[in-house]
Design a protein around this ligand. Structure first.
Ligand code: PLP
Ligand SMILES: N[C@H](C=O)CCC(=O)O
Length: 424
């Protein structure tokens, strides 16, 4: 596959953009492909190559690229202005949609990214409880702000905490392995009355794809209630991907607060915090906990969110779920045929194959994977017209536009890649 133009653009970009990219996960060797356009389930590079896209902008594009509904609504909004700095009716409408869909949501605050949403949710929890300590799970990624960039997933996995984060900023961040009830109980008991919140990705999507064990989310709900700890579901990935009301609806566990991003902007930058009224009302200006943003609730992102909700009906979720099952069952058949004992994890439209024969249920087990092998697999897939995120520690996403034909082509590429990469 010729990627000459991408190579030239990358070589020029490294002189102007650190590492040639605007988010570290996008960089891989020898150089990433540069996008020209995207439509439906496909993304096209500047050398006119076509790829079936399972990265989907790292999750948001569940409705497919350049979705007609979103184009129509966003074009109309463009003509009406892109930034008001005063409230607009559409913000109210999107908030009402979130409240209608999401079990924990009684009020909503929109932000510009998932990072801002989790940062503000944690500040809210600390402000309301007047406690400093928070618990996060090893390998969870809650964005790139100081308090949570400790044993973080995604691009930061396996790296020491970032230089530039003062030790004081992370001193109050306590770490527990995901799916480990005993470790969590010990941590809470050792810090009785000092923990403001537990923040959790209900399905860990930044160390690949790690579902909660049966009963784990229920356990989180019970232990937080018993200890007056605020439970925050970080649904930046799972929100509106797993079901109409997110992972909390899917698993039937209602947290106190939830954070969203990605899908809720319809492909435009966004974040959101929602939760119980008496907590949410503590945000300024009704309360004293400061939270703000020039572009927060901007009409383009809000319009994108409203369009996304028009598209994401029950039929859309059935399509996503069916496609996920079809993909994973095809992958399992290939592994069986090739007699390879790798792990396939997935929930509905989220999937990851781990290059390990160890059952992956947390950060440590995810790190038993052969990441070099995974990167080779990524490259063979790319050369065969399939784009997944270039890391063992990201997740493959489906959109409602992925067809059976797309998935069959993908399975064919997966078989080629595994045959080439896995030495027996
Ligand atoms: C679970 C989770 N939380 C928070 C974030 C941060 O969101 P953003 O990149 O929009 O700041 C991400 C992804 O980046 C995420 O996957
Ligand atoms: N894994 C991250 C979010 O889900 C990837 C997005 C990024 O950091 O660019």
């Amino acid at each position: 596959m010729n990627r000459e133009r991408s190579k030239q653009l990358y070589e020029e970009s490294v002189n102007y953009l650190p590492g040639g990219v605007n988010s570290p996960v996008r960089a891989y060797k020898p150089y990433p492909f540069f996008a020209k356009k995207a439509k439906g389930s496909k993304i096209y590079d500047v050398d006119e190559n076509e790829y079936i896209d399972y990265c989907l902008g790292y999750g948001p594009v569940v409705f497919g690229h350049a979705n007609e509904q979103i184009i129509k609504d966003a074009t109309n909004q463009l003509k009406l202005g892109t930034d008001y700095g005063v409230p607009s009716q559409k913000e109210l409408e999107l908030a009402q949609e979130v409240v209608e869909r999401v079990p924990c949501a009684e009020m909503v605050r929109f932000t510009n990214s998932g990072t801002e949403a989790t940062m503000s949710a944690i500040r809210l929890a600390r402000g309301v409880t007047n406690r400093k300590k928070i618990i996060k799970f090893e390998g969870a990624y809650h964005g790139a702000h100081d308090a949570v960039l400790v044993k973080s997933g995604s691009g930061a996995i396996g790296k020491p905490d970032s230089p530039g984060i003062p030790e004081e900023s992370t001193r109050n961040t306590l770490l527990v392995p995901f799916n480990d009830e005993d470790a969590l109980t010990r941590m809470i008991n050792d810090n009785k009355g000092e923990i403001a919140c537990i923040i959790v990705e209900p399905i860990m999507g930044n160390i690949g794809c790690v579902p909660p064990k049966d009963g784990f989310l229920q356990f989180l709900r019970e232990i937080t209630e018993e200890n007056d700890i605020i439970l925050i579901f970080d649904e930046v990935i799972t929100g509106f991907r797993l079901s109409r009301g997110g992972a909390q609806e899917y698993y039937g566990i209602t947290p106190d607060l939830a954070t969203f991003g990605k899908i809720i902007g319809g492909g435009f930058p966004i974040g959101a915090i929602c939760g119980r009224r008496e907590l949410m009302e503590q945000f300024a200006p009704s309360g004293g906990i400061y939270q703000a943003g020039t572009f927060s609730g901007n009409p383009m992102s809000i319009t994108g969110g409203l369009s996304a909700f028009k598209i994401l009906d029950m039929k859309a979720y059935k399509t996503l779920h069916d496609s996920g099952k079809y993909l994973r069952s095809g992958m399992s058949d290939i592994l069986e045929k090739l007699d390879i004992n790798y792990q396939i994890n997935g929930v509905e439209s989220m999937t990851q194959i781990y290059f390990t024969d160890v059952d992956v249920y947390d950060y440590k087990t995810a790190q038993t994977s052969d990441t070099e092998g995974f990167l080779k697999y990524f490259h063979v897939l790319l050369d065969n017209g399939v784009f997944i995120a270039p890391s063992q520690y990201e997740c493959a996403f489906l959109s409602i536009q992925h067809t059976k034909e797309d998935i069959d082509k993908t399975l064919n590429a997966i078989e080629i890649a595994l045959k080439k990469v896995v030495k027996k």
